[in-house]
Design a binder for this molecule. Sequence first.
Ligand SMILES: NC(=O)c1ccc[n+]([C@@H]2O[C@H](COP(=O)([O-])OP(=O)(O)OC[C@H]3O[C@@H](n4cnc5c(N)ncnc54)[C@H](OP(=O)(O)O)[C@@H]3O)[C@@H](O)[C@H]2O)c1
Length: 486
Amino acid sequence: MSISRRLQFPGNADRTYDREFDFLSERSLRNQTSNPSTNVAPAKPDRNSACRVALIGCGTVGRAVARILCENGDGSLRLTHICNRNVEKKKQAWVQNNVQNNVQNNNINIPSDIIWTDDVASVLSSDVDIVIELIGGLDPAGKIVRSALESGKSVVTANKQLIARHGPELLQLAARKGCQIEFGASVAGGVPVLPALRTGLCGDRLHGIAGILNGTCNYILSRIETARIPFSEALEEAQARGYAEADASEDLDGGDARAKLAILALAGLHTQVAPESIRARTIRAVDAVDFDYAAELGCTIRQISRADLKDSALFADVGPCLVPTDSPFGRVQRNLNLVLTSGQYGGDMAFLGAGAGGDPTAVAVVSDLMFVAQSLAGGAGKKDAASYVSTPAISTPPISSDFETPWYLRFFVRDQPGIVARLAQIMAAHHLNIDSLLQKPGFDKSSLPFVITLEPCRDSLLHPALEEMSGLEFSLRPCLCLPILR
Ligand SMILES: NC(=O)c1ccc[n+]([C@@H]2O[C@H](COP(=O)([O-])OP(=O)(O)OC[C@H]3O[C@@H](n4cnc5c(N)ncnc54)[C@H](OP(=O)(O)O)[C@@H]3O)[C@@H](O)[C@H]2O)c1
């Protein structure tokens, strides 16, 4: 399956990208990203006439942004400040790293006139045009961003927590001050889905967005799928490879993905939703045996974030779901991200790529910087800053997680006669229709996993039945209940 999408950025007719994503082949993705034709450097303007840029937060993404700006910038952007706490340590690490990588031979040193500082206030009171916020978290990042906008400086950030909670307010502040705030890297890292929603798809009326938005969860689930290892082992492996933090709760329990879904709902569905109001289900309960049963149904398991506008309510949910193995979601392996959008006129669109990592995320940040620099040069800042929130007007619909889907129910029981009859009785009493019953042979009868699938019903109908079933004396673990997305 191959989906083509043409993305055109306003303000510069030459900045048109042709992207072709082949869901079956990561090689094709690598080929696209390394295509030299997309790296043609325009003639460099004078460094003094360039847009002045300050970087606050020189960590994984910040370092990569600084490197691209010094190594590969088009000359329209001039990095003037690098700000971080304990900045001397950062500077030494940078120099050491450059020497190790031999980059000095390629003339990509940081220019000597860059000011390294740990004083955020001095950066904010300087004459920079754009502040890049890459420290993350709500505080002090929120204060820094507000203060920059208040003083008329545009902001580029990758901070999903800040934008998910305060995006509309910050966009309005920017519009009032005649500057811009861009956050293209806050969802799906290097995948240009937010710029596409804002420009290439703004002519459509989107009613649904779904995505694999958390690379950590996708890595863990796809490792359990391919190696049939327990969840705990897959998590340890992800941590050892740097794909998961020591405390990975935000990722595993859906907090990270629902912040990103809230931003997608803002940018694509023009709805304002607090991330906490989106139901998040953990992937911790998914077991290797679930992939065996899912395979019997032609499916695999992925953490899916979905938002659908229906009957003036926003249906939204984040958590593990069964998806067909041969579907776009089923094919996404390791830590890649995929976002699918559904529009009234244009139908379905897909965006696939590296959802995290210093370099891919830095590309999104630098692209935002270039966009802001172009807008500032053309005097379009005010209009562009408002476009996420003003066309069309943003709404705050009621939030529901009461999706109507078929369901996968996995039980772990101590075997005894009459189990299926008891469960069937409860389901019938709650008007639930059983679609199939799966039991693989060979399991220990003292801890027997088996699966019941249900015909489509609303979550609210299923929930009371699950509570009743969880109290049964033969039940060893809470029933794992996953939506089946067809
Ligand atoms: N990493 C990714 O793949 C990725 C992908 C998409 C979006 N993002 C977003 O990008 C942002 C940056 O992420 P990251 O991975 O680069 O984080 P990081 O590696 O932890 O870098 C953060 C940097 O900010 C500095 N910092 C933290 N608090 C500060 C403060 N109060 N004052 C001055 N400096 C401060 C840190 O200094 P210390 O070293 O001293 O702690 C560190 O250098 C976050 O919003 C994140 O969600 C990251």
